[in-house]
Write a protein that binds this ligand. Structure first.
Ligand code: SAM
Ligand code: SF4
Length: 314
């Protein structure tokens, strides 16, 4: 269905947990989050009901996210049920890849068609610092497992932080496109953990073009401007939510693990979906789509959202 500004809303981002096995500095507090009580998290049945109701309103694509979706108990059943809903043509997932060695094959069997993998550096020491203890080798193994399981067009998403990622990091990530992967650089957003961070830590995406000057523009893909290294199979995408907001083309809604629908990533507005069924659930989703704001204002300051990214899912 269309929202109040004529935008077709067909994409649901569904967070299935706010827990994670990593603690990325820009996403989570160092000591993690208070575990939500089991009863406060949407059950597999509730998630299926929300996907069904959303599909009846024109949602065709579902992205499973978190926290880290692969730490959620029942994740395969969630994917299977979402993929089986009439009208859903694509179920994809955003993951840090560290558990993919175990999950890549079962995820494909459960109907997940595409993966976006978050990876900000190929330097093991910097990865450990940024994720507060993660092992780069686990993520790289996971990426290999995903490729071996037949996931095509894998996108690696990297967030750049001024003073942390060096030009060499940017180049090393861009070079992965020679091996057929697609790499996208996404500007760090001032939200949750990063709301009070100093401005120089928010690098504009032009830093990528400065670090890898031989990139040449070759088109666009949704909100990403695409570039290519000479002779590379894959593309480098630049996504700039801060320096050039893309609200006019926004097609998505988000649901948090505790069942709140966020019409806009950067707004504090949340609509409760828990406890609703049938027409009441469909009406709540419909009304949330209708009050989706025209645009966010993070380019004028911090996000209006009161949650950390691990609780929203990106
Ligand atoms: N754990 C999974 C992962 O890391 O891919 C899924 C959840 S994570 C919250 C989703 C995405 O949000 C990641 O790509 C992460 O880099 C991004 N993210 C988290 N905090 C961010 C911030 N302040 N600005 C921009 N992106 C952020
Ligand atoms: Fe976990 Fe993803 Fe947040 Fe990193 S970005 S702490 S992997 S949820």
């Amino acid at each position: 269905m269309k929202d109040g500004f004529g935008r077709e809303i067909n994409y649901l981002r569904l967070s299935v947990t706010d827990l994670c096995n990593l603690r990325c500095k820009y996403c989570m507090p160092a000591d993690g989050v208070n575990k939500l009580a089991h009863a406060d998290i949407l059950s597999v049945e509730e998630i299926e009901g929300i996907v069904r109701a959303a599909a009846s309103l024109g949602i065709t694509k579902v992205r499973i996210t978190g926290g880290e979706p692969l730490v959620r108990r029942g994740i395969l059943e969630i994917c299977r049920r979402a993929a089986a809903v009439d009208g859903i043509t694509e179920v994809c997932m955003t993951t840090n890849a560290t558990l993919l060695r175990e999950f890549a094959v079962p995820l494909r069997e459960a109907g997940v068609s595409r993966l976006n993998i978050s990876l900000d550096t190929l330097n093991a020491e910097r990865y450990r610092e940024l994720t507060r203890g993660g092992e780069l080798a686990d993520a790289l193994d996971g990426i290999e497992a995903a490729r071996a399981a037949g996931f095509g067009r894998i996108k690696l998403n990297a967030v750049l932080i001024g003073g942390e990622n060096s030009d060499a990091d940017i180049r090393a990530l861009a070079e992965l496109t020679r091996g057929g992967l697609n790499v996208r650089f996404i500007e760090l957003m001032p939200i949750g953990e990063t709301a009070e961070w100093a401005r120089p830590r928010f690098l504009p995406n032009s830093a990528v073009l400065k670090a890898v000057p031989e990139l040449t523009e070759c088109g666009s893909d949704g909100v990403a401007r695409l570039y290519r290294l000479p002779d590379a199979d894959g593309t480098v995408g630049l996504i700039s939510p801060v320096s050039s907001h893309f609200c006019p083309d926004c097609n998505r809604i988000r649901v948090t693990a505790d069942g709140k629908l966020k019409p806009c990533l950067h707004s504090a507005t949340e609509i409760n979906l828990r406890g609703l069924r049938g027409k009441a659930l469909t009406d709540a989703i419909k009304n949330a789509i209708l009050i989706k704001p025209q645009r966010h204002r993070i380019d004028e300051g911090a996000s209006g959202s009161l949650r950390n990214m691990n609780a929203i899912g990106g």
